[in-house]
Design a protein around this ligand. Structure first.
Ligand code: NAD
Ligand code: ZN
Length: 351
């Protein structure tokens, strides 16, 4: 089959690789119908995620059709069209029992990023993928949700919701700021709206993305290259600071921006993947009672978000800016990587 292979920092190729095989009785093989590119793939390509080594097939989002099932799989069958969670999980280990699926111990004790596609196991930017622990890790695609919208549920919608909105403890009446209005930040904006915030402020360097954010429910936008960006944000909060600041970029500067605008006893929910360490002044945070959270998505809210997408309560269609054939993935990476010029959001790849 053909797949997009990470060849080391800055290098990737679309090439022939062996077809995936069932290696455990709980696996299925899925033929990819639609996949996409994530900001995390760009981090991996920069070398920001050293656990990903050359030879790995990238991609962790997608919808596909089951072509083979392992002997222990009873609830899925060949021909089922399913949404792939970016995280596969055994459902039985101590972390799974606590809902921390991204740290599933699995059978090989691979806690951490062990079962996330395109990290320590091969990913979805390919014609076929092996899905471990399939019964716990795929969701039937319901009628009325197409494969492109289903692909948004693999990662970005659960990530924006779980690591941004839920970890940030957004509640009715809150003023929420989202730093970074890329697909993940927009997913935080769209899902924050489910909790009744009084304002959702989109902050990005790119004025087009700030404008786009209004379609996802942002009430206000601030372009962060403006010298007075912070004053603009504080003016929207009567000078008090935001209740919840969500970081959805993954550079130290944007984490620091969140600390500058959060009110005392507010939450900073870090979603971005930081390739570098970030310094912060613990004394200042302590004296301000700031709560900081971060982490890997668990996709435990995928099923709930899927229902809301099916009901039209999350504006999923606005995420999709470009569609390519899977074989044109190198061009799709180029378009996604130059988003400021191309106005790309989610770039979909159809098989
Ligand atoms: P993206 O690169 O498409 O979007 C990032 C946005 O940040 C862009 O709109 C860009 O203009 C903006 N930006 C860059 N520098 C900025 C600055 N200084 N000030 C304001 N805005 C700035 O990325 P994405 O796909 O939306 O992903 C966002 C982050 O979420 C990435 O770091 C990604 O790796 C991470 N992520 C985390 C998880 C998780 O499990 N926690 C899952 C998926 C993605
Ligand atoms: Zn992702």
């Amino acid at each position: 089959m053909k797949a997009l292979v990470y060849e080391g920092p800055g290098q990737k190729s679309w090439k022939d690789v062996p077809d995936p095989k069932i290696t455990h009785p709980t696996d299925v093989i899925v033929k990819i119908d639609t996949t996409t590119i994530c900001g995390t793939d760009l981090h991996i390509l920069k070398g920001d995620v050293p656990a990903v080594t050359p030879g790995r097939i990238l991609g962790h989002e997608g919808v596909g059709t089951i072509t083979e099932i392992g002997d222990a799989v009873t609830t899925l069958k060949v021909g089922d069209q399913v949404i792939l969670s970016c995280v596969s999980a055994c459902g039985k280990c101590s972390f799974c029992k606590q809902g921390v699926y991204s740290h599933c111990l699995g059978e090989e004790g691979a806690s951490g990023i062990g079962w996330i596609f395109g990290h320590l196991i091969d990913g979805t930017q390919a014609e076929y993928v092996r899905v471990p622990y399939a019964e716990n890790s795929v969701y039937p695609l319901p009628q009325g949700v197409n494969t492109q919208m289903g692909t948004l549920l693999s990662d970005i919608l659960p990530t924006g919701h779980e690591i941004g909105v839920q970890y940030g403890a957004v509640k009715a009446g809150d003023v929420v700021a989202v730093v970074g209005a890329g697909p993940v930040g927009l997913a935080s904006i769209a899902t924050a709206g489910l909790y009744g915030p009084s304002r959702v402020i989109a902050i990005d360097l790119d004025s087009n993305r700030v404008e786009q954010a209004k379609k996802f429910g942002a009430t206000d936008g601030v372009v962060s290259s403006a010298a007075d960006w912070k004053e603009q944000v504080l003016a929207l909060t009567d000078g008090l600071g935001v209740d919840v600041a969500i970081e959805a970029v993954g550079v130290p500067q944007t984490f620091e921006m969140c600390l500058e605008i959060v009110r005392p006893a507010g939450h900073v929910a870090n979603v971005g993947v930081h390739g570098k360490s970030v310094d912060f002044d613990l004394q200042n945070l302590w004296i301000s009672n700031i709560v900081i959270s971060m982490g890997l998505v668990n996709t435990d809210t995928l099923g709930t978000l899927l229902k809301l997408v099916a009901q039209g309560k999350i504006p999923a269609e606005h995420f999709i800016s470009h569609t390519f054939a899977l074989g044109d993935i190198m061009e799709a990476y180029d378009v996604f990587g130059r988003a400021a010029e191309t106005k790309a959001l989610k770039v979909m790849l159809n098989a």
